[in-house]
Design a protein. Sequence first.
Length: 456
Amino acid sequence: MRQAIQICCLLVALSGFALAPSAASAQALELDRIQSLEMGRALLAQGRSEPALAIARALLQHNSRDSDAQVLKAAALQQQGDFAGARRTAQRAHLRGDSAQTRFEAAMLAGRSEFQQDRHTRAQFWLRRAAQVAPDDEARALAERNFRQVRRLNPLELGFNLGLTNTSNINDGSSKEEIFFMNLPFQVQGSSRALSGTELRADFSLRYRVAQSARSESAVTLNALTRSYRLSSEAREQAPDVRASDFAFQQIEIGAVHRFVPEQGRSLYELSYGVGRSWYGGDKLSDNVRLSLSQTTIVRPRTSLQLAAYVQRQRRHDDSARSATHYGLSTELRHNLQNGGQLSFLVGGQRSEADSIQVRKTSLRTRLGYALPEPILNMRLSGSLELEQRRFPAGGFQPDGRRDTLGTLTVFAEFERLDYMGFRPVLQGELSRTWSNIPISERRAANLSLLVRSSF
């Protein structure tokens, strides 16, 4: 090995690298592996990639699996503009690295090389790998910061959520076993009552920026979601003729979004449009067209206000009388507290117009949310309480109209220590209850979900 390093150091000396006052002469120097790596890094810091690359190659000639030498080689190739070669070498270093620091540096180099080739999504992948093997909190913060910078520049944005839920009511069935109509008792049976089981959900989103200026950007979007179920043994006994696939739900939407900030404005405006289709139980359920507008304003340094409005047209395939047009308005205030917590408050309303009195309604809802400033037992906690009032017109079995009140309590616990490449498990608990003047419309549900989400 010393012979190889002597040759490299001779080349370095000939190139005029100043190791010491007497090193200007062209003579071979005997350096060990650590000293050679330090010399190579010093050369790179001076922008002298050729002698640094020679040192890296000499080290690899002695030991082709030297991951630190591979990192040095990748950095030298990157400095020379050979980004493809740098990425390949960094990838090998990451695979063979015997320390967290080496694997971190290799992943960061691979990410930068992909970024320099305008491969932003691949760069984000490598930056997630860098965050995963970061040797300390400072290194991880650097990887996360670089990831966010690349994400802002990447025209392609991908997102997904996965979830597994144990639920007491997969079919939105009644919580009543018996109701009275005209003072006569009636049994609520089968799938008209709540069925318990397990829900598997997957959501996917794609956004591709097609135009951008200093104050605006436009993108095309694709959103898809799916819900599938498994009935519990109690549910199968309660409704033996019902299959879990009867409640499966899928939806897909393609659309466009335009965001802009007016000159000298403090508000961000977003206009979006989407067309889609949904399926229920394997059959087509509805075709949808949606138009949304929102305005987000920073009213104070730690406070934002969002105003939103939308209109949606649904054409039902199962029952034309249930085709509807929905109009909605909402306003949400978010405030970051001085202790690091976050408080939010939302008020919204919706009006639905349809021939069916089971669909035609007006509703008003309020939601109060809070996120704790510090983790408890390595869990970052947040939650919300929501109340909604719904009013349906008179007719049929509701001669006085139907009045529902829905309450929902939701708690999230994000496990900070269980992290893989920036993805963390989140436990979601939800309790909901619907009170109604029509007994069969009363509902109760208790859901416990395990979700996977990105932490940055």
